[in-house]
Write a protein of this length. Structure first.
Length: 73
């Protein structure tokens, strides 16, 4: 409730997803620091995956931002 049901990065409600029965639901994932195990916030699936794939590396995420800016059309 402290986040108002929105992703801490995207600042929007998560997209609808479907379970195995075809029912739609919205879910925020619990994000944690992989080094310390400490809870950080609730994130949508995509934002949580971005951090996981980047292995929480600020350098990698910064490079990704530079890449997007450079290739913006």
């Amino acid at each position: 409730s402290a986040q108002g049901g929105v992703c801490a990065i995207w600042l929007r409600h998560p997209r609808n997803r479907r379970n195995c029965k075809g029912e739609t639901y919205q879910q925020l994932d619990i994000d944690h620091d992989h080094r310390t195990g400490k809870f950080r916030a609730l994130l949508c699936f995509n934002c949580n995956a971005i951090l996981g794939h980047a292995q929480d590396s600020v350098a990698v995420l910064t490079q990704a931002i530079h890449y997007l800016v450079e290739h913006r059309q």
